[in-house]
Design a protein around this ligand. Structure first.
Ligand SMILES: [Zn+2]
Length: 190
């Protein structure tokens, strides 16, 4: 078995280059993250180690170059067991976020579903200034500070399918996709 080359960035040792790219993306947007926070035993007995935890938005983030059915099953199980939002990060900084209901619609709290790349966004809260992932069919409440004002309290920075007209988002995506880690190269840190 060939051992994959570990990638070191911003003081963390990542198992894959794609994970390190997402760390670059988070750093440029000042999204705080914890890499491989802790392992969980799921209710079906399988073990699961999430890739990232984003503490400000209380959200887990799973990086997948290729999504296999067994992986998706595990992620769904974790989402159901943890009752936390989960985002799946793909190649080219595409992502799929869970719809999420908070405060305004608590009865749906257990019904997060993945929104799909075309309906997932990275929003920026106008109240606390922090970016957070969400599906556009859930509650728009800020996952960082709880602000809720219809859709008046946030801007959309970018979509899960890559569409964006926000400079910060586009810049972070470019820095991440172009990041080179070979030969000890270190991408710029924001
Ligand atoms: Zn906020």
């Amino acid at each position: 078995m060939i051992k994959p080359i570990e990638t070191i960035y911003a003081g963390s040792r990542f198992r894959s280059r794609l994970e390190a790219r997402w760390a670059v993306f988070f750093n440029w947007l000042k999204i705080r993250y914890v890499y491989e926070p802790e392992g969980y035993e799921l209710s079906d007995g399988t073990l699961y180690l999430p890739d990232f935890y984003l503490p400000d938005q209380d959200t887990f983030f799973e990086v997948k170059g290729v999504m296999r059915e067994v992986d998706m099953h595990k992620i769904q199980q974790f989402r159901e067991d943890s009752h936390k939002p989960v985002v799946i990060g793909y190649d080219d900084m595409r992502f799929d976020a869970t719809d999420y209901w908070q405060k305004t619609d608590d009865q749906h709290a257990a019904e997060y579903e993945f929104a799909g790349q075309d309906s997932s966004v990275l929003a920026r809260c106008k109240v606390c200034g922090k970016p957070y992932f969400m599906g556009i069919n859930g509650s728009f409440a800020c996952r960082c500070c709880g602000a809720y004002d219809g859709d008046g309290h946030f801007d959309i920075m970018g979509w899960g399918n890559g569409a964006s007209d926000d400079w910060d988002f586009t810049n972070a995506s470019e820095k991440a996709t172009r990041a080179r880690f070979e030969h000890g190269e270190r991408p710029d840190e924001a």
